[in-house]
Write a protein that binds this ligand. Structure first.
Ligand code: DTR
Ligand code: CA
Ligand code: ZN
Ligand code: ZN
Length: 453
């Protein structure tokens, strides 16, 4: 495949982010990649108490549906589809890109050839955030040739677009760097997302803290499925739907079936949402979600009837809001390193009697090893704290037990500072707090934690 990247640099945003990006051209295949380097000069960020994780705004359903109408019009004007290699696909790209450029994003068109036709991935970077921690969210933008692809996958593309526009409207300044992607040629075998991952230098891949995928999230006879991949990402989605009193199920058919697969295959944590395709909704599922048992979640899957009429508004609204919730929550992450305090204030639910969850802070710019009296401050809101086991994980994976479970410690919450002799550990790297609830019933979440060197 030959390729080249076209890049749009937004006018200088009202905030002054000093970031230098170098275009690197490699000889082989004239592949251009956008290498984002660390900020060229930043004043030492004054230490501030961790920015509280702010709540995501509601994503207006009307805005998402307006994007679907535009994609429908594009398909109608271009032979009834938005498929790879057809005019409707490039017109879809141009529509999304125009909205993002106007909103202040730095956009890049990554061109590739597949199946004898030219395709494009659209990448949009929100200026700012820690370039060493990149949170990505994406959706494939292409349809099949047999229809306009409004649920598959105008729904995911439009929800991700509207979330990106909400980030701009709110002027969000997340701790992590935010990057959004719209993939080409998914219907030919995940070819666009595979091309993106395969051409992302390993140094850049290492910075991707997570990838969130949204492929079919407005099915007319919807189910509410959550990908069962990274536990932290999964719990963010499951807890969001729990807050709406909407039950969810684990997405079991998804492995390898959409654009999260190339990211997962290189070890990047992934997650996502799905409302169902050609599988049949069972009676039990109709009981919990409504809709029609015995028929498929989307009877127009890969068909000409996958139009704007093929959308369940409630499902699209709930999932669009879930996209925004996950982007806001997972990008809050650790506050920029400052002085000798490294903090992560993102709320992290701890599954009741479930798997351990981890929260990370990235330590950089230090020299030598960690101290023999490293302070680990923990704030966990949890009834009956005796359920909890807490460990500190050093960058090389070594674990230090901070707290054991206890059958008779019925007090609530853990607000404590532990002292660890970490002098055998290098200071720089990703440190993790691991929390596990080992007993049923009482539940809670990690509110924040920090390391003080
Ligand atoms: N392959 C996707 C639709 C699809 C089918 N099963 C899943 C599971 C999870 C995400 C997506 C899908 C497509 O046709 O685009
Ligand atoms: Ca909403
Ligand atoms: Zn499809
Ligand atoms: Zn799809």
């Amino acid at each position: 495949m030959s390729s080249h990247a076209e890049r749009h640099t937004a006018p200088t945003p009202r905030r002054s982010w000093s970031r230098r990006a170098a275009l690197a051209v490699t000889a082989a295949g004239a592949v251009l990649g956008l290498l984002t380097t660390a900020p060229t000069a930043t004043a030492a960020a004054p230490h501030r108490s961790a920015a509280p994780a702010v709540a995501a705004p509601d994503i207006p359903l009307a805005n998402v549906k307006a994007h679907l109408s535009q994609l429908q019009s594009i398909a109608t004007a271009n032979g009834g589809n938005r498929a790879h290699g057809r005019a409707g696909y490039r017109a879809s790209i141009d529509y999304i890109k125009g909205k993002l450029d106007a909103a202040g994003y730095t956009t890049t068109l990554q061109q590739f050839t597949a199946g004898g036709a030219t395709g494009w991935n659209l990448i949009a970077d929100w200026p700012g955030g820690d370039p060493q921690q990149v949170l990505m969210a994406g959706a494939h933008l292409d349809s099949v040739t047999s229809g306009p692809g409004i649920n598959d996958n105008g729904s995911g593309s439009s929800a991700v677009l509207e979330t990106a526009l909400a980030v701009a409207r709110e002027g969000l300044q997340p701790t992590k760097h935010l990057r959004f992607g719209w993939w080409g040629a998914e219907e030919l075998g995940l070819l666009g997302s595979k091309y993106y991952v395969n051409n992302l230098p390993s140094t850049e891949r290492a910075k991707v803290a997570g990838y969130l995928n949204f492929d079919m999230i407005g099915s007319p006879n919807p189910g509410y499925f959550v990908y069962d991949d990274d536990p932290q990402i999964e719990s963010v989605f499951k807890n969001y739907f729990a807050s709406l009193n909407v039950p969810t199920e684990i997405e079991t058919e998804g492995d390898g079936r959409s654009d999260h697969a190339p990211f997962k295959n290189v070890g990047i944590p992934v997650g996502g949402l799905f409302t169902g395709a050609d599988y049949t909704k069972t009676s039990a599922q109709a009981q919990k979600w409504g809709g029609t048992a015995g028929t498929s979640f989307d009877r127009c899957y890969h068909s000409s009837c996958d139009t704007t009429a093929n959308i369940n508004d409630t499902a699209l609204d709930r999932n669009s809001d879930a996209v925004a919730h996950a982007v806001w929550t997972l990008s809050a992450g650790s506050t920029p390193p400052s002085g000798n305090v490294y903090e992560n204030a993102a709320d992290l639910p701890v599954p009741d009697a479930g798997a351990a969850v981890t929260s990370s802070v990235t330590v950089s710019g230090r020299t030598g090893n960690a101290p023999d009296a490293l302070k680990v401050s923990v704030d966990i809101k949890h009834t009956w704290r005796g359920d909890l086991v807490i460990d500190l994980l050093a960058p090389d994976g070594s674990s230090y037990r901070l707290k054991n479970s206890s059958g008779n410690d019925s007090a609530d919450n853990v607000l404590a500072t532990y002292t660890v002799n970490a002098s055998s550990e290098t200071a720089n790297g990703t440190w993790k707090l691991r929390v596990q609830d080992v007993a049923a019933q009482d539940t809670g979440y990690l509110d924040s934690w920090k390391l003080t060197f």
